[in-house]
Design a protein around this ligand. Structure first.
Ligand code: SF4
Length: 230
């Protein structure tokens, strides 16, 4: 926390002081930069909370290693395992129903993250969500269920991604890679290229998910497949 400006420290202090709650508090941890920075901030402010991470099997190996690394560095994180219609991973579910995660319909997030967290939460409670100030349009969504209060401290304190990285470095921890699934439809081309080079096995599994889903619909996804074949 050495690198934090005095102004930010003061804002943090007043943020915490203004919060009087006897409710159970959770941090939804995605294994990436923002939720890690938020975890450090909350811990350093003496807030008692439980970090929860959903292991749906789709994250990059780096993300799982990072969660492990945080645990080894004294950050307690509860790992939740989904069970969605008998499937513990998104990949398994994709193969079972010949589906793929889609940009327009984020069933993957809904079934394998949000519902798992929702079922775990004991209400009434506060859930801290690591959305940074640069993506505040994604914040202030409806809570997962009645009795849940969502909190977005990074947005409330005007902390952007750069500041998040500063907070992580300031605490002596390494910066995690951007979290996301290896078969995510939102992956940029550079991310797919990284996957292909570093994890050819995962890359093939990504292809297989898309291929099965497209085949089941009786068509081929030429654009995506040709991106891979180049
Ligand atoms: S990272 Fe992508 S594929 Fe994974 S749950 Fe989120 S939207 Fe779905």
């Amino acid at each position: 926390m050495k690198n934090l400006s005095r102004g930010l420290r003061a804002s943090l202090k007043s943020f915490v002081c203004s919060k009087v709650s006897k409710m159970k508090e959770y941090l939804s941890h995605g294994g990436g930069v923002n939720s890690t920075a938020l975890m450090i901030l909350l811990k350093n402010q003496g807030i008692k909370f439980e970090s929860i991470f959903v292991d749906h099997g789709g994250d990059y190996p780096e993300t799982y290693e990072y969660i492990n690394y945080l645990q080894k560095n004294g950050y307690l994180i509860t790992i939740l395992k989904p069970d969605v219609e008998g499937c513990s991973t998104i990949e398994e579910y994709c193969h079972k129903y010949n589906m793929q995660p889609l940009r327009m319909m984020r069933w993957c997030t809904d079934k394998f993250k949000l519902r798992v967290i929702r079922d775990y939460l004991k209400t009434p409670c506060i859930v801290y969500i690591g959305i940074d100030d640069g993506e505040k349009h994604r914040a202030f969504k409806k809570p997962l269920k009645e009795g849940v209060v969502n909190k977005y401290p990074l947005v409330e304190l005007g902390i952007d991604r750069m500041m998040c990285k500063k907070i992580i470095r300031g605490s002596g921890l390494e910066i995690p890679m951007k979290s996301g699934c290896f078969f995510c439809p939102f992956a940029r081309k550079s991310e797919i290229q990284y996957l292909k080079q570093k994890y050819p096995g995962l890359f093939e599994r990504r292809k297989q998910i898309i291929y099965n889903a497209e085949k089941a619909k009786g068509k081929r996804h030429y654009r995506v497949i040709s991106d891979y074949i180049k």
